[in-house]
Write a protein that binds this ligand. Structure first.
Ligand SMILES: Cc1cc2nc3c(=O)[nH]c(=O)nc-3n(C[C@H](O)[C@H](O)[C@H](O)COP(=O)(O)OP(=O)(O)OC[C@H]3O[C@@H](n4cnc5c(N)ncnc54)[C@H](O)[C@@H]3O)c2cc1C
Length: 504
């Protein structure tokens, strides 16, 4: 620390204001410690606010109301079933922490004002365990940020951490820059918590840790650039399960305007009203609202392709075997976009169960009519191929030639696309939703160095501190973010107090 930078000091410094960082800051502040939270974006939330908002938990008030007798042990076992062939790579100690703490985590969030509906089933979970936040996932950051401010946490937005400072063998400070580029040092009397999310938006880390195939695929949350991973790697830390990536998956491009549900304020009274209506109102009243959300957040079912739909790029060319790994092909097309094209026979099928265009598992299914109603921006229908091409902004002659070739020689056992009218859905893009490689950590969320010993003063939580834990299925990532955040915050706080040491 030879250069003199402006200095701020607190007991605990948290890097990142998503679910795990806010949970860490809240827990450290609850223990009476001063906390500075550094968030590089103009607002808190991170991927936590991009999420669908499902949180999987046991022994919750919701399960009890539904008469479900569940246990952390059964949840622990079912996590292995979700992991399938990956299961031998799991970090069982961290899995145990996750399964043992979901009840407390959900009740804590509820006390802060977060409202959930559920539980919904999601096999192979043996009981319904999925709780979905209402009205939307911005609720987490909204309530946690308020709670942190109430507890006196100093939240610095537009402040990007870039380097960890180590003095006398321990991490003692974080260097950061504000939006004007001004650099500053934030010194921690106790611990520093890295809660900076994943690296889905960083081509270089994806290439190094995952594979070249996903390196250039866009992330849903482009600001997940693995900053905390990089800062800790520079101090000798390591990343576990870096190759496990959710994606690429295809999703329809988001609408230019957010939908009604996304615009609802996540206050408790609004959320309670929605939860109440979901319990008492009939499905036919609720469905249109649910669909207006789902058709903006979801991607196409691969069954569309099995039943005969094809993918074309914006030149009207087919570019991939739709029955292979089509999402990998989409990312390398011009403008990284594609369209799903089909005929009336297929359209008729996808108007009702069991043929759905999209699903949020355990929640609902969206059919073609739902896209027609809610997504006129990506829904194309025309009696002639020329009209379809015009609506899609692709060359008409090329599209006609592509379909003719497919019908004659390219379709294998799939039906020909010949019945008018013709349809297309798109643009779609391929995205990496998140990466699962986390820094290697102890059960106390201390970051471990190359020698396997904790790097003194340094903790990690959420995606940054995933430590080889597998979070397959739905609702486990958010659960881990809140649970690990609280543990890391507590242990970083204890370092600033008399009782040094990081227990669970
Ligand atoms: C589309 C989508 C849907 C999902 N749905 C679900 C779901 O329904 N259920 C579920 O369990 N999981 C879901 N997930 C995964 C889940 O959202 C994440 O795993 C979880 O939110 C990670 O929390 P986190 O606190 O580790 O990271 P984040 O919430 O991403 O927070 C990290 C924060 O750190 C900040 N930051 C990063 N670098 C710096 C830096 N250098 N300096 C300062 N700040 C920095 C970021 O801006 C961000 O605010 C979903 C993810 C996506 C993208």
């Amino acid at each position: 620390m030879s250069e003199q930078l402006p200095l701020a000091e607190a007991d605990v410094i948290v890097v990142g204001g998503g679910g795990s960082g806010l949970a860490a800051a809240a827990e450290a502040a609850r223990l009476g410690r001063s906390v500075i939270l550094l968030e590089k974006n103009p607002q808190t939330g991170g991927s936590t606010s991009w999420s669908v908002g499902s949180v999987t938990a046991t022994n919750t008030p919701h399960q009890k109301r539904a008469g479900i007798q569940d246990s952390p042990q059964e949840h622990f076992e079912d996590l292995a079933a979700h992991a399938g062939p990956l299961a031998p790579r799991d970090n069982l100690a961290l899995r145990r922490i996750l399964a043992d703490n979901t009840t407390d985590m959900l009740e804590w969030l509820m006390r802060l004002g977060v409202v959930f509906v559920g539980p919904m089933p999601e096999p192979p979970h043996r009981y319904p365990r999925m709780h979905n936040v209402v009205p939307n996932s911005k609720s987490f950051a909204y309530h946690l940020t308020r709670h942190c401010r109430d507890l006196g946490v100093d939240i610095r937005v537009n402040t990007a951490s870039s380097r960890l400072v180590k003095e006398n063998g321990r991490v003692s400070a974080v260097e950061a820059q504000d939006s004007s580029g001004a650099r500053m040092l934030f010194r921690a009397r106790g611990g520093v918590v890295l809660a900076s999310g994943d690296y889905s938006g960083d081509p270089e880390l994806k290439r190094q840790l995952a594979s070249r195939d996903v390196a250039d695929v866009e992330a849903v949350n482009a600001s997940s650039t693995g900053d905390g991973h990089r800062m800790a790697l520079a101090l000798g830390a390591s990343v576990v399960n870096g190759d496990i990536v959710r994606g690429p998956i295809m999703r329809f491009i988001p609408p230019t305007r957010s939908n009604f549900i996304q615009r609802l304020p996540p206050t408790k009274p609004v959320a309670q009203l929605i939860a109440w209506s979901m319990n008492v109102l009939p499905q036919w009243i609720l469905r249109p609202f649910l669909m207006s959300f789902l058709t903006t957040a979801l991607g196409p079912s691969l069954d569309l392709f099995k039943q005969g739909a094809i993918l074309v790029n914006n030149r009207g060319e087919r570019f991939v075997d739709e029955l292979g790994k089509p999402s990998y092909g989409v990312a390398s097309q011009p403008d990284r976009i594609a369209y799903i094209v089909f005929d009336d026979a297929l359209a008729e099928k996808f108007e009702a169960w069991p043929y759905f265009v999209s699903t949020a598992p355990g929640v609902a299914y969206a059919y073609l009519k739902d896209y027609r109603r809610n997504r006129s921006d990506i829904y194309h229908e025309a009696d002639a191929l020329a009209g379809l091409a015009e609506s899609m902004h692709v060359p008409a002659e090329k599209l006609a030639a592509t379909l003719a070739e497919y019908n004659v020689s390219g379709r294998g056992a799939r039906p020909a696309l010949i019945r008018k009218p013709y349809y297309a859905l798109g643009p779609i893009k391929s995205y990496v939703v998140f990466t699962d490689g986390g820094l290697k950590v102890s059960e106390g969320l201390e970051v471990l160095g190359g020698d396997g010993a904790p790097i003194p003063g340094l903790y990690a939580a959420g995606s940054a501190g995933q430590g080889g834990l597998l979070l397959e299925g739905h609702g486990h990532h958010l659960g881990w973010a809140f649970i690990s955040g609280r543990i890391a915050g507590r242990n970083a706080a204890l370092e600033a107090g008399a009782g040094r040491g990081a227990g669970r």
